[in-house]
Design a protein around this ligand. Structure first.
Ligand code: DC
Length: 225
């Protein structure tokens, strides 16, 4: 008789960009010794690869083909993860505003989402996975043990992004960032496939007035049986 496969726990952390999902997912994964899936990176990599290859980014099937053949390595180095595309370190390149807008665009294409589905599920390995994204709890891992929907006001998210960019030595206009965030939220929430919305069984967590440590404690409390 084939033994029943052991249930591998998944902690799904969904929400809009800038809510702190990336940082918190990394911290939660580290605390629990779990693997980490940065699903947004896969959409960003698809956009970057499509741009690099010069294909028509407005054609969903062509972009899905790029997604299907992505040669990606997530190289964990302590707390940081280096992201390699065709062996080239693109960890910074995938975070530019142009790639962000194109990632949001290609993420709305159903064949692209389909092409990336199994690749995301393959991250589920012992002893467990923290999955960061928009549809982790609704579509990719509907049986996740814990589902968190982490959000913050657009202003707070723009401010955090502004500080991040400033730290990297990039100069940006905080109002333009807030506009970009609103536009991307709208694009991500209004698309017909896997829109950004909390799973019915998700815990809603607003991080606007909370520190990272406070949010981390709330998530870890939710994870404890
Ligand atoms: O989390 P992020 O900002 O790196 O995500 C990049 C883009 O990909 C963003 O526009 C939302 C989209 N995305 C998605 O549609 N589904 C996911 N599971 C993760 C990200």
């Amino acid at each position: 008789m084939t033994p029943t496969p052991r249930f591998i726990p998944v902690i799904a952390i969904d929400g809009p960009s800038g809510a702190g999902k990336g940082t918190l997912s990394r911290l939660v994964a580290h605390r629990l010794g779990y693997h980490l899936l940065d699903s947004g990176a896969l959409y960003r990599l698809t956009a970057l690869a499509a741009m690099d290859e010069g294909v028509d980014i407005d054609d969903p099937e062509t972009v899905a083909n790029v997604a299907r053949h992505l040669d990606v390595t997530f190289d964990a180095e302590g707390a940081e993860t280096r992201i390699l595309l065709n062996g080239r370190d693109v960890s910074r390149d995938i975070r530019t505003e142009t790639v962000s807008m194109n990632a949001s665009k290609v993420a709305a294409y159903p064949p692209v989402r389909e092409a990336l589905l199994q690749r995301q599920r393959d991250f589920r390995r012992e002893p467990g996975l923290v999955a960061d994204g928009r549809d982790m709890g609704t579509t990719v891992f509907p049986d996740a043990q814990v589902k968190i929907f982490l959000t913050a006001s657009p202003e707070a998210r723009a401010e955090r992004r502004y500080l991040q960019l400033l730290e990297k030595g990039e100069k940006v206009d905080v109002d333009a960032l807030a506009d970009d965030i609103r536009r991307r939220d709208q694009q991500d929430s209004e698309r017909t496939i896997s829109p950004l919305k909390p799973a019915e069984d998700a815990r809603y967590l607003d991080s606007t007035d909370l520190s990272i440590d406070e949010v981390l404690e709330q998530i870890l409390t939710a994870v404890k049986p």
